[in-house]
Design a protein around this ligand. Structure first.
Ligand code: ADP
Ligand code: TRP
Length: 322
């Protein structure tokens, strides 16, 4: 069975881009993979520097995953900082990481270009991510398209390490779902916590409706034909509508008659209904935080045992065991 691993940052409310780009894919893998899922609080520290926000965000992200259907009995599910071994591996990998490899990373360059004050953690972010992936000898790493380059960095580091010290790490493959590769936000740009354009998964009805109604559309009159494939609203509808209904709406776009207001109302109802059960379950987890923490601690113990197998080998290969 393939070992599939991915993590998510607890740096804000999780949104439907996170859900379709990563969370759903991971939950679906539970059926046929040796699955590793974790909340990357150490990565989130590069942008969240607020104790309450980080610790509460971590518990919420964990509750989100469980509420959406992740079963901790059928996977390994933990919080990154509960396994300090990952930081040791990160340091060792850092010594195998050329500066140029990190300097080329779009994610870092974009953030700097946006005026975000870069700290060393942000620069070294892909090395910590490589440590996450390589520590567990992952075969497949499902991520959104924006993380593809980070995966390439992890592969490059693994190859370099193996060449220098002998075969140690499995070389991971990315898994990027093309249909949901990039979920657009309400403004048509990539939906992202950092752009303030998200539709959070667990909004209450009223704010959810308001958010859906704020999806930007053009000002073509209702009766005029429109191109569904360039429409932000249609791209979001595609994720939730049944195929028959989607085809009907597609025809309205192409032949004229698609009224954005009605379609938004329909999208709001679809999103609300899709997540109804999960919303209830999330509340239950958050009301029972001791239970939630127990799940995470058990997961960390399971993951740590696996992590130590790799780390001992690594220490030995590089000469840190004497
Ligand atoms: P954000 O951009 O909101 O901060 P993250 O960078 O924490 O999101 O991404 C968490 C996971 O969700 C990653 O696997 C990422 O590729 C995926 N993801 C984030 N936004 C989207 C999106 N708009 N479409 C598809 N996948 C996404
Ligand atoms: N960088 C990833 C993101 O923001 C999160 C992440 C950290 C991750 N470590 C990982 C994803 C390891 C996959 C594998 O989305």
């Amino acid at each position: 069975m393939k070992r599939v691993l991915s993590g998510i940052q607890p740096s804000g409310q999780l949104h439907i881009g996170n859900y379709f780009g990563m969370m759903k894919t991971m939950i679906d893998y539970m059926e046929h993979a040796d699955l590793y899922v974790f909340i990357v609080d150490l990565h989130a520290l590069t942008s969240v520097q607020d104790k309450e926000r980080l610790s509460q965000g971590t518990l919420e992200a964990a509750a989100d995953f469980l509420a959406l259907g992740l079963d901790p009995e059928r996977c390994t599910f933990w919080v990154q900082s509960d396994i300090p071994e990952v930081c040791e591996l990160m340091w060792i990998l850092s010594t195998q990481t050329p500066m140029g490899l990190l300097e080329r990373c779009h994610s870092y360059k974009d953030k700097v270009a946006k005026g975000i004050h870069a700290n060393h953690g942000l620069f070294a972010y892909p090395v910590l991510m490589a440590a996450d992936i390589l520590l567990f000898q992952s075969d497949i790493v499902p991520v959104g398209k924006d993380q593809k380059q980070h995966l390439e960095v992890a592969r490059d580091i693994a190859i370099k390490f193996n060449n220098t010290f002998g075969e140690t790490f499995n070389i991971p493959e990315p898994a990027i779902s093309e249909t949901t590769a990039i979920v657009p936000g309400v403004d048509g740009m990539k939906m992202s916590k950092s752009y303030g354009n998200t539709i959070p998964i667990f909004l209450d009805d009223k704010p959810l409706r308001k958010r859906v109604m704020s999806i930007q559309t053009d000002s073509t009159p209702v009766e005029d034909p429109k191109d569904p494939d360039t429409c932000n609203l249609y791209a979001l509808l595609k994720l939730f509508a049944q195929p028959d209904r989607l085809q009907e709406i597609r025809n309205l776009y192409i032949n004229g008659g698609a009224a954005y207001g009605y379609i938004k109302q329909e999208l709001f109802e679809l999103i609300r209904d899709y997540f109804t059960d999960a919303r209830e379950k999330k509340k239950e987890y958050l009301q029972n935080q001791d239970y939630l923490k127990e799940i995470l601690h058990k997961g960390a113990a399971k993951a740590r045992a696996k992590a130590n197998i790799t780390l001992e080998q690594v220490r030995d290969r590089v000469g840190l065991s004497y």
